[in-house]
Design a protein around this ligand. Sequence first.
Ligand SMILES: NC(=O)c1ccc[n+]([C@@H]2O[C@H](COP(=O)([O-])OP(=O)(O)OC[C@H]3O[C@@H](n4cnc5c(N)ncnc54)[C@H](O)[C@@H]3O)[C@@H](O)[C@H]2O)c1
Length: 400
Amino acid sequence: MTSSGNKRVIGLGIVGLGGATLSMLPKFAKNAGYKIVAAADIDKDVLAAFNKDFPDSKTYTSVQDLCTNEDVELVYIATPNRFHSEHAITAFSGGKHVLIEKPMTIEIPGSIAMIEAAERAGVLLGVNVKHSFEPRVQKVREMVRIEEFGKLRLINSWRYVDWLYRPRTPEELTPEWGGGIVWRQAPHQLDIVRTIGGGMVRSVRSMAGIWDPERRVPGAHATFMEFEDGAVATSMISGYDHYDSRLLVFGPDALDPLKHAGARRELRDSLAGSAEADAAASERYGGDRAGAAVRETPGLGGGWIMGGPTVISFDHADVSFSRNGLEVFSDTERYEIDLKGPKDGRDGRLDTYYDAIVSGAPLPADGRWGMATLEVLLAIQQSGDERRELMLAHQTGSVD
Ligand SMILES: NC(=O)c1ccc[n+]([C@@H]2O[C@H](COP(=O)([O-])OP(=O)(O)OC[C@H]3O[C@@H](n4cnc5c(N)ncnc54)[C@H](O)[C@@H]3O)[C@@H](O)[C@H]2O)c1
């Protein structure tokens, strides 16, 4: 750890310079608590592009080598899902704290091994679940906690997107490797829902659908969850590039009809065969399409969290995510709470991790939280396969 003025600065090593890192890098770069000192990737082209922009950082072609760098205190791991457990355990062996991308891994034994390895090494394991740190989500969680409108009863979260037909890597199209919409997109949604509901999911009944024989990964899910305290949640995502649920958030004129089904069209017309994987790879650091995965609604912003409606019902109000924050529809009035500010969920993730390392504050969204979300992800798939409700055993509560 180094220092800048009076502030302790955490040396950061990044593993995997793909789409996830592209979104996180500006956040790390402008946060005075962190200094990017190293990066690792197996792709020498992305490393070279990174090196041009961060000439003072060291670059490596393996996570093992990056972890020998004594200036690295925290390793942010953004490699494909199936490598998360192995890469995190390597970092723990080197005595590093880890911020792991979501989902933390793709099977329960791997997640337990990660948690135990961090504990043995006396370091921290956090999951990069930016949405549970979003001001909208934090504010609703507070409403739940203080029972501002009575008891939480129901959370509904809907999302219709083009995910399945945007350029995808082989990793993203292979279910056993952590591909498909459940592994790749539902962790965001579940973190929002579990954070608001307090974390303790009792049971899951779900369906994860594979509807397109050309793309044999789940492209949609519909899930009913019950929390231990009796509150319930329904959540769904369809990535089949038909309807776009931003129309429900921003209004019927928000999207250009001429751009309808653009992802399907591009895939069909110009990304046949290996061209798709090449296009997906060019969304990484320094690539021609770098940043294409960041889905802001033109002129409206909002990011992932506003990609579809989220409505939370209490005894005495419904509260929805709105353009500026939250809109409250209570027994007697309707009003908007403005939550616009300089910081978003990614900032919240980094700030809470900094406080945990530097001041010993409890770390929200730690390994146990990640394992609890992983358990729901596994239950979504198993419940659909077996057409029955599943009871959960690895849940943990929110750090409020
Ligand atoms: N939090 C978010 O908003 C967000 C967004 C996108 C992806 N993700 C998550 O981030 C992770 C990565 O996804 P992505 O879309 O960035 O993938 P990607 O394919 O774009 O990037 C992965 C990078 O890891 C590198 N890599 C692969 N194996 C490696 C190894 N053994 N050692 C070092 N580097 C290796 C690849 O070369 C590539 O540059 C996934 O877990 C995904 O779920 C999170």
